[in-house]
Design a binder for this molecule. Sequence first.
Ligand code: ADP
Length: 437
Amino acid sequence: MYYPFSWFKSIVRLCLFLIVFALVGWYLDDMLLAVALGATGLLLLNYWHLYKLNRWLWHSRKMSPPSVNGLWEHIYEGIYYLQRRNRNKRKELGALVKRFREGSEALPDAAVVVDAKACIIWCNRLARLELGLRWPSDAGRRLDNLIRHPEFIQYFHAGKYHYPIEVPSPLNPQKTFEDRIMPYGEEHLLLIARDVTRVSQLEEMRKDFVANVSHELRTPLTVINGYLEILAGSGDELDPLTQKAFLEMSSQTQRMQSLIEDLLVLSRIEASSERIYENTVDMPAMLRQIKLEADALNKDKGHTIAFHLDEGVKIYGIETELRSACSNLIFNAINYTPPGGHIDVYWSVTKDGVKFAVKDDGDGIEQRHLSRLTERFYRVDKARSRKTGGSGLGLSIVKHVLNHHNSQLQITSVVGEGSVFFFNFDAEMIASQDPVL
Ligand code: ADP
């Protein structure tokens, strides 16, 4: 509530007060002394009010102010009003914080908030249970002193939070957590840790299953294929239908064999823990070898294939994997470009690193397929892919190889004009580069 205050009235009242003292002084023949006494009285009265105000502010339990008049009433009411307003605000904020905490306690994930200095501001119940944080004793302690997994520490300090990482739980190494950090506000960070143990176990099981099945199928298929080749070879003794059946069976088992080989390559790359920075690959030399295979594959198609290689640019990586990725892209260009096309293969230094690209002037691929091309067994035109003998795993292999080498497959394509499949490596992936002559 606002109490109107009039300075004019207040000054008039002060003047009247002093005039009364002046008149009394005039009557008693000492006007100055009387006015001085009046002013001193007024001063003492104000000191008394200050004393009362101080008592009320610091020592009284009463919310409502003492009843006084004049200017002091106005001051008391003002302070009382501000106090009431602050109290209501505090209540509202308290209720908001309570609701937020209750909400985050109900989260199915562990959540921790840290400030710009990596000190814990707050954590929820699951963070205490799953990450071993203690509350409130860990408040203000650095998060990287409490979660000590090296991968987490590296992720925490790298500052690149656009992807999550998977790390074992600090309390139970059997459990896997997906840690994701989200920056917000004034350099605050929110860590969300989600239990993905079951997902990663299923993923492991899937990888093992595919690898084992492919491995187990390999031997019986080799035996069947061997016998079929012998039987199909003894052509003269067989009637044409049986011979045709043997030839067809032989070609289908070969297709199955190449499918299984691709599945095994994919499983090997997925499970690979080889370090990419321990070996160097002479890419131009490797691409020249692939060129020989490409020329052999190109016999029927008659494409014009040109390799544009920046000589002497070696990179860190795993040769078998990179060979598989590059040859898949080159062979795809040969297989999916109509006869007589033009294919260009580039290995060139760029301003940020080095780039590999395969460009063809084939039929191109519609935009809607591009994002799905690297899925296993995804084909644009199933019938045509089968005819070319493709397993549908080629681009999946490329994706995994590049993932392992910290890169990504990129595709641009225009229907009727052709496609470009390319990837870049950062400058730090370049192991050596011949000086430009
Ligand atoms: P596949 O073993 O069937 O070739 P890939 O994973 O290598 O499988 O390729 C997936 C699909 O992408 C292919 O079926 C094909 O339709 C399409 N594709 C790949 N490369 C090209 C290309 N250079 N031009 C047109 N289509 C392509």
